[in-house]
Design a protein around this ligand. Structure first.
Ligand SMILES: Cc1ncc(COP(=O)(O)O)c(C=O)c1O
Length: 372
């Protein structure tokens, strides 16, 4: 068994995907073109957002979003503060830090998302933006976040790299309603994954849309007149074509994933802490993460010996990342995130996981925990 078997996502649409790849190659239309346009239209129709901009990765999408909001590359932003959760992929904090902004870290709640009770105390006159993350496929608590942001006149970037397809109070992630800009990732392991790197940025704001379109193409306003400092940030046409084919089965894939997660929870809730989904959320379970009280690493080793691979999301919280040491955080500053980093275990899940595979995982976990 693999932690994630991504081949099955290709296998079940092999003919259509191969055809699409060949078509892009035959036409040799690799950068910009009909597949990218069609994907942007499909995904904006799906989420109900006005504008979608395909980008080269989720991380680049986050950097481009900050640039589009006016935090220009090459300028001094050292006074500007950006709030991110302590439990996320490094990229969420890396993007603002890369632009020279000051990262402020917020601890998480029982859903593994930014703890809104701790957010308000982090805001001051230098706060420029909040980047809430929809971790493991469920949204943060946006009513509270958007209220705080509005009151203090600060931007919100929805880090939806793990949550395309999820919803918050019936509002879709990436609809542009959960912040000024939303960013998702098509990294292969994501619920909607491509065959390389890719991402998309969503907004309802026309000015931000125009900025994003220029910035993903070296700030070119057309005719190689470079009006901003941007980057090589486009989603390529081949990945867009693959995503168009995969997206046809997306709702079914997410239904399968949700059912698989619910099955795990039903079967495991008496022996471990299973994921809690807030009543206002539907999750796409980008990861299925349980918590064990003791001996996490030993449990993982034993599961591995029984043929059950697992993963860690995330073994080191953001505030303890060596690259951010100058922020001055120390162990103990974010107790909930630190606990999660030491006690979380992600179990195998993907869009096509079989019930038989899940039963192997469940039985192995029961056996290992019985012997603890
Ligand atoms: C929460 C979060 N933010 C940002 C990213 C960056 O996305 P990408 O890997 O496409 O650059 C990821 C991807 O793993 C992520 O999970």
């Amino acid at each position: 068994m693999k932690y994630m078997n991504l081949y099955r996502g290709y296998e079940k649409r092999k003919e259509a995907i191969n055809k699409k790849i060949s078509s892009v190659i035959e036409r040799s239309q690799f950068i910009f073109g009909e597949e990218l346009d069609a994907l942007e239209k499909e995904l904006s129709d799906y989420t109900g957002v006005k504008y979608a901009v395909g980008v080269s990765s989720g991380h680049v999408g986050l950097v481009l979003s900050l640039l589009a909001l006016g935090f220009d590359a090459g300028e001094d932003h050292s006074e500007k503060e950006i709030i991110v959760p302590a439990m996320t992929f490094f990229s969420t904090a890396e993007a603002p830090a890369f632009l020279g902004m000051k990262v402020k870290v917020c601890d998480i709640d029982k859903y593994f998302n930014m703890d809104i009770k701790k957010l308000e105390s982090l805001i001051n006159k230098n706060t420029a933006a909040i980047i809430p993350v929809n971790l493991f496929g469920q949204c943060a608590d946006y009513n509270a976040i958007l209220d705080i942001a509005e009151k203090n006149n600060i931007f919100v970037i929805e880090d939806a790299c793990q949550s395309f397809g999820a919803s918050y109070n019936n509002i879709k992630s990436c609809s542009g309603k959960l912040g000024d800009i939303a960013v998702t990732s098509f990294f292969p392991a994501k619920p909607l994954g491509c065959f390389g790197d890719g991402g998309m940025v969503f907004t309802n704001n026309e000015k931000l849309y125009n900025n994003l379109k220029q910035l993903r193409h070296h700030g070119d306003e057309g005719g190689m007149i470079h009006v901003k400092l941007g980057t090589t940030g486009r989603l390529d046409n081949m990945q867009a074509g693959i995503l168009l084919e995969k997206f046809k089965g997306f709702d079914d894939d997410m239904e399968h994933r949700r059912k698989a997660a619910e099955y795990y929870s039903e079967q495991l809730k008496d022996i471990v802490k299973t994921p809690e989904i807030a009543e206002y959320n539907t999750s796409v379970y980008a990861q299925y993460v349980i918590q064990v009280e003791n001996n996490r690493d030993e449990i993982r080793n034993k599961l591995n010996e029984l043929g059950v691979p697992t993963a860690l999301y995330y073994p080191h919280p953001i505030h303890l990342a060596p690259a951010l040491s100058k922020l001055g955080y120390k162990e103990g500053d974010m107790p909930v995130s630190e606990y999660a980093s030491k006690h979380n275990i992600a179990l195998p899940i993907d869009n096509d996981i079989l019930r038989e595979e899940q039963d192997i995982v469940i039985e192995a976990l029961r056996n290992v925990l019985k012997k603890q």
